[in-house]
Design a protein around this ligand. Structure first.
Ligand code: ATP
Length: 117
């Protein structure tokens, strides 16, 4: 139980460190607050809120994973290396895929409701 508690504290510190040092994470958090506000104003159903929260949590978690990969790469080499570039660019690509998919799904959720008003 103590180990579980310690692991939770480490993870919580990781979240705080991510939000403290990563500009992109702050931007995603801001975007999440805007989307939640739009959801409240639009009146989403339970299923739609479920989708929105999964996308927000997935986006934040993926952005944090990207930041972790960037740090590990920087720890391994301060030199320019093709593998370092590939690792960082692939991780950034994963974030981009999820961000675009989230934006498309978000628009598919919101736009029909806005047109119904
Ligand atoms: N050690 C490295 N060797 C080769 N290419 C690198 C290395 N570090 C970063 N790059 C590449 O340089 C470009 C810019 O990287 P940069 O380090 O400025 O940003 P980042 O670490 O990817 O992200 P952030 O701006 O969030 O810190 C990216 O294409 C990245 O893959």
């Amino acid at each position: 139980m103590r180990n579980f508690f310690k692991a939770f504290i480490y993870a919580w510190n990781g979240i705080l460190e991510g939000f403290r040092s990563e500009r992109n994470l702050k931007f995603h958090m801001f975007a999440a607050i805007v989307v939640i506000g739009a959801g409240v104003a639009t009146g989403l159903t339970g299923t739609e809120w479920f989708i929105v929260f999964v996308l927000i949590a997935g986006m934040l978690a993926l952005e944090m994973m990207n930041s972790a990969i960037e740090r590990v790469v920087d720890l391994v080499t301060v030199e320019q290396h093709p593998l370092a570039k590939e690792a960082k660019d692939i991780a950034a690509g994963a974030v981009l895929i999820f961000a675009v998919a989230s934006a498309v799904i978000g628009l598919l959720l919101f736009i029909p409701k806005w047109f119904n008003y």
